[in-house]
Design a protein around this ligand. Structure first.
Ligand SMILES: C[S@@+](CC[C@H](N)C(=O)[O-])C[C@H]1O[C@@H](n2cnc3c(N)ncnc32)[C@H](O)[C@@H]1O
Length: 204
């Protein structure tokens, strides 16, 4: 990983994914989490203030070292213990069926093999547990989706491997998790980057 990806990008992402509009969405997707939670793509800990009081512990997975530094104040300010357990969502160092819920926000776009990460999420979730996700991805408008296909090669280079054109609902369903809730919508910003998939999928 070069200087830009290791040092600059995590700070840019921390800024870009702050703000009150996204904060409201973070609160919504974190609602209903309780017990032992795994957060894949923990980043700079932007979800930490929104963990419900019923969460007893969070296990965090993320490769970005600078993210940990940026997260430190948020982690120190929460009563929820946060434990860093790994660097890669594609190979989770956790036992089968060992967590109550999993949370990802704006992460499945970046993990190189999203299918592998989702298979791991399914493996570590207890039966009945929920995968809470808030992700950007492929628009349901064909014109926007075509632009997403065109722009994704550039986006991957400048944004740490981020794909704009992944069908998040199809990826989640393909992992064998059952989508219980799903909303798709645009937030403010260029349409190629702002088509959201927000939902909960459960492990049968
Ligand atoms: C766009 S950022 C989102 C960060 C955070 N989830 C948020 O909502 O602010 C994508 C995150 O995915 C992380 N990431 C990249 N590859 C990963 C992998 N293989 N496993 C887990 N996380 C990864 C990045 O380090 C980064 O923190």
């Amino acid at each position: 990983m070069g200087f830009y990806e290791a040092q600059i990008l995590p700070r840019v992402v921390d800024r870009a994914l702050g703000g009150s509009e996204l904060g409201r969405l973070r609160a919504r997707v974190a609602a209903g989490l309780d017990g032992e939670v795994l957060e894949v793509g923990f980043g700079s800990g932007r979800n930490v203030p929104y963990y419900p009081a019923a969460v007893t512990r969070v296990r965090a997975v993320d490769p970005a070292e600078v993210g940990r530094k940026l997260a430190a104040q948020r982690v120190a300010a929460t009563p929820v213990p946060v434990e860093y357990v790994g660097l890669d969502g594609q190979t989770l160092p956790l036992a089968d069926e060992s967590v109550d819920h999993v949370l990802t926000t704006w992460t499945l776009c970046t993990i190189p093999d999203a299918d592998a990460a989702l298979a791991e999420i399914r493996r570590v979730l207890r039966p009945g547990g929920g995968f809470h996700f808030l992700e950007h991805g492929r628009s349901n408008q064909p014109t926007v989706a075509r632009w997403q296909d065109r722009v994704t090669p550039v986006q991957r280079r400048i944004a740490g491997g981020c794909h704009l054109n992944r069908r998040i609902d199809a990826l989640v369903a393909g992992s064998g998790l059952e989508i219980a809730q799903l909303a798709t919508y645009y937030v403010k910003g260029p349409k190629v980057m702002t088509y959201m998939y927000e939902g909960v999928a459960t492990k049968p």
